[in-house]
Design a protein around this ligand. Structure first.
Ligand code: R5P
Length: 284
């Protein structure tokens, strides 16, 4: 049975359809003191696949409750699909007294599951923090599907060197175009982003900026603005995880983005393509 977290209901339904497994209908309640209560009143069976993006602290708690709830209801085989793993960028202790937050979360999630499936975790090394077997799924190729068929002399550009592989994957899936990357510098105090060339010519070309995640949108909007200043025809933003926190969408619009394309690892208005098919393959 597929058991959705409240923030992954579209994806869980798509995954139920892809796999032919029944979809549970959990309840998500909250007590007056703010504590949550996620439950699976009608759950039955030995097998549960909990699907829950951990895009907020509430979502982490809900995931732990759903894992525990299906065990209570009799599940002996539990798979946990984390389409977006929050805290994956805190994959080390960055200063005295700081936790390795990704490890703390992974250990907690490992307690009531037999295996974990992650989609494009920000740092692949976080998979090692789990105490159960982990499968890492790369869903980046799905981002090629919703791109226009008529991209002009396309350039798939990573906003930093770390995203080059993902840009290459999208280019390969699209079947046409070049790849390149910017050098990125983030000011640690202000969070401001600066990107510097790539010398790739962009005038009159369609450029797809590809990243694993758009969080505050600073990286993507700065990249989009620079490309527009250099005369790109259209600049599209593509990401696996459209977190789009705070005013990210407005920043991107202000920078002149043509469109934002994301998957449903985090369900947003721009989640135009589902990772359900690639997850269904992983669950086979
Ligand atoms: C950085 O390593 C990532 O690939 C993203 O570029 C970054 O996390 C995006 O963050 P933001 O949207 O806040 O600039």
């Amino acid at each position: 049975m597929i058991v959705p977290g409240s923030s992954s209901q579209f994806l869980a339904a798509a995954l139920a359809e892809e796999t032919g497994r029944p979809l549970a209908t959990p309840t998500y309640d909250r007590f007056p003191d703010g504590e949550g209560l996620a439950a699976v009143p009608e759950f039955s069976g030995d097998e549960a696949t909990v699907v829950a993006a951990t895009d907020s602290d509430e979502a982490w708690v809900e995931l732990l409750q759903l894992q525990d709830a299906v065990r209570e209801a009799g599940a002996t085989d539990v798979t946990t699909v984390v389409p977006y793993m929050g805290y994956a960028r805190q994959d080390q202790s960055f200063g005295d007294g700081e936790p390795v937050s990704a490890r703390a979360m992974a250990r907690a999630v490992s307690t009531e599951t037999d295996r974990v499936v992650l989609v494009n975790p920000h740092e692949p090394g976080v998979a090692d923090f789990y105490d159960v077997p982990v499968e890492v799924v790369d869903a980046a190729s799905a981002l090629a599907d919703p791109l226009p068929d008529d991209l002009a002399d396309p350039l798939f550009l990573a906003p930093d060197e770390g995203a080059v592989d993902i840009a290459q994957t999208v280019r390969d899936a699209y079947g046409d175009g070049e790849t390149d990357y910017f050098e990125k510098h983030r000011d640690r105090d202000t969070g401001e982003i600066e990107v510097s060339p790539s010398d790739a010519p962009v005038a009159d070309r369609d450029v797809v900026v590809v990243d694993d995640i758009v969080a505050t949108g600073s990286t993507m909007s700065e990249s989009v603005a620079v490309l527009n200043e250099r005369g790109a025809a259209r600049v599209l933003a593509a990401c696996v995880h459209p977190m789009l926190a705070a005013n990210a969408v407005t920043k991107l619009r202000g920078a002149g983005v043509d469109r934002i394309v994301g998957t449903d690892t985090i369900e947003r208005g721009c989640s135009v393509v589902s990772v359900a098919p690639v997850l269904a393959d992983a669950l086979d």
